[in-house]
Design a protein around this ligand. Structure first.
Ligand code: KIV
Ligand code: NA
Length: 265
């Protein structure tokens, strides 16, 4: 199997082939999504919500991200693996940012890191890139800054914020980022960004005119069912399927139907 690389992702944008990206946090799910043919696996800090049950992405630690990432790395043969640097581990100063990126790369074996923000974290981005670690940017709705914004509503609807976002995207490209995620912004702005930078732009709630799409695996599988923003297309109803399986098992145990003779030694 041929590994997806930053070079291959750039070629995909150049020839107009859309890039597919999903999150994964553990070995079993990562193995399934990789075999399905996904281009990028993101070990997102959404693990804080989906895996750990926190309300925001802020509490997850660097060690926990490395644990998730190393599990994913052991499963994935083809996809390019990106890991979120968690809140508090790159914003403060660029040496800490580099140290965090290096820990993720060394201890998990992933291929790249992702960070939220533009001009504010320019030094950290450059420092990480100077060590040869590919960096994916993330603009628009940046969940690590949720308490600054106060809500999870659409971002950059106003001209000033839209202008800053476009400039941040160009800045991240100049710094040397290999791709940018745009989360929950108007489709027209996302289109403009994707046309204004050469590097791939991956959208989530950013409309169709970008170079690829990303969703949180558990959301698109219908495992998490409380979270239903407009941009989320649910490709399965695993909550129902799993509930039925669990209930059938419970019924069989209680009714002495499991195990049967052929399931016993
Ligand atoms: O953590 C995450 O899952 C993400 C995606 C939503 C882009 O950052
Ligand atoms: Na994230």
């Amino acid at each position: 199997i041929k590994r997806v690389t930053t070079h291959i992702l750039q070629e995909m944008k150049d020839r107009g082939e859309k890039i597919s990206m999903l999150t994964a946090y553990d070995f079993s799910m990562a193995s399934i999504v990789d075999r399905a043919g996904i281009d990028i696996v993101l070990v997102g800090d959404s693990a804080s919500n989906v895996m750990a049950g926190h309300e925001t992405t802020l509490p997850i630690t660097l060690d926990q991200m490395i644990y998730h990432a190393s599990s994913v790395v052991r499963a994935v043969r083809r996809a390019f693996i990106v890991v979120d640097i968690p809140f508090g581990h790159y914003q403060g100063n660029s040496s800490e940012a580099l140290r965090s990126a290096i820990r993720i790369m060394k201890e998990s074996g992933a291929h790249a890191v992702k960070v939220e923000g533009g001009s504010e974290i320019r030094e950290s981005v450059s420092r990480i890139l100077s060590a040869g670690v590919p960096v994916m940017g993330h603009l628009g709705l940046t969940p690590q800054s949720i308490y600054k914004f106060g809500t999870y509503t659409v971002r950059a609807k106003e001209e000033a914020e839209a202008q800053k976002l476009l400039e941040d995207a160009k800045l991240l490209e100049e710094c040397g980022c290999f791709a940018i995620v745009l989360e929950k912004i108007p489709a027209s702005l996302a289109k403009k960004v994707a046309e204004s930078v050469r590097i791939p732009v991956i959208g989530i709630g950013a409309g169709p005119d970008v170079d690829g799409q990303v969703l949180v695996m558990h959301d698109m599988l219908g495992i998490t069912q409380e979270f239903k923003p407009r941009f989320l297309r649910q490709y399965a109803d695993l909550q129902s399927i799993m509930t039925e399986a669990f209930q059938n098992y419970i019924k069989d145990v209680k009714g002495r139907k499991f195990p049967n003779e052929s399931e016993s030694y």
